[in-house]
Design a protein around this ligand. Sequence first.
Ligand SMILES: C[S@@+](CC[C@H](N)C(=O)[O-])C[C@H]1O[C@@H](n2cnc3c(N)ncnc32)[C@H](O)[C@@H]1O
Length: 342
Amino acid sequence: MSSTEEEKEGTTTAQLWEAAAQGSLEQVQKLLEAGADICEGNADGMTPLMLAAQSGHAPVVRALLQAGAPWNALNPSGRCAGDYAMEAGHQEAFDALLDAGTQAELILGVVGRQEEKKEVEDGDHGKPYLQQRVEYSEGRLMDEESKGVMMAWEKPLMEAHAKCLCGAGGDILNVGFGMGLVDTAIQGYSSITSHTIIEAHPDVYKRMLETGWGEKPNVHIVFGRWQDVLPQLGTYDGVFFDTYGEFYDDLREFHECLPKLLKEGGVYSYFNGLCATNAFFHVVYCQIVALELAHLGLTTQFIPLPVKECLDEKTWLGVYHKYWQLDTYFLPFCQTKTEEDE
Ligand SMILES: C[S@@+](CC[C@H](N)C(=O)[O-])C[C@H]1O[C@@H](n2cnc3c(N)ncnc32)[C@H](O)[C@@H]1O
């Protein structure tokens, strides 16, 4: 490209930022035809899509998405176009971005997840979690890489999960003991008949036995990976899933077992930490899971819970990965469809 051509492209790109921010659809289309760069950010790293989303110009957002603007581009402050639409309450622009993100992830996300699994198989992630030693300390359960397997700040969330699961009593299944927070909360419901816990880590299992979980009258501990032990289990009124060191594909695989595991009208919930470092990506993954569960015959509602007060400046001290960065937790309340729902 000659320097004159470069200058021209630079000018059209700068004009595109302005047209996108002002919501001038005709101008945006002209500039795209003239070769303006749809991906480039301005001095603040704001792409044309972010600028249009921030001001709620839904037709421009749709035109840019259609022309190939990446829905998931992040600026230096770690925000994407969807974050701007969401924060400003621009519903139409938000819906267009959510739709684009969901469609793209349903198709391309599969490739990304397969890559992730391959990395693990190739050993790029270090020792697999179940082969690492884990250590309990004040308010934490950590793996060998100083990553938080479970942390006490999640206690109110686990109590809220237990409330959803045990509301109707009956037989409850929890996958992943960790610090036993959800299990302790489940034990508080006298309406439950049985309480089954699947746990795969030998150190965690040892801790469960040392702390008396093996002697509780209605508790049945199943030591093993859920992938291996599920076939030996029955059906449940409430199922909770919260493992560690697994990926989205594992969660999906577990979801495929739900039609067999849940009784009619049974309740399912999972620790909703998918993409919890970006608010909009998290919303996209809430939508994807809800769609996937709907295919399996479950309805999903997300109950918003504030988490800001659960965290303080000391929460992440000494923790390698800050796995939660959002202000709101969306607790998934999923239920098998009854005949009335059909
Ligand atoms: C995040 S912790 C669970 C925390 C728990 N919800 C609580 O309230 O304390 C995850 C647990 O899942 C266990 N785990 C990991 N992979 C598993 C698998 N495939 N099957 C069963 N348990 C697994 C881990 O050893 C760990 O104890």
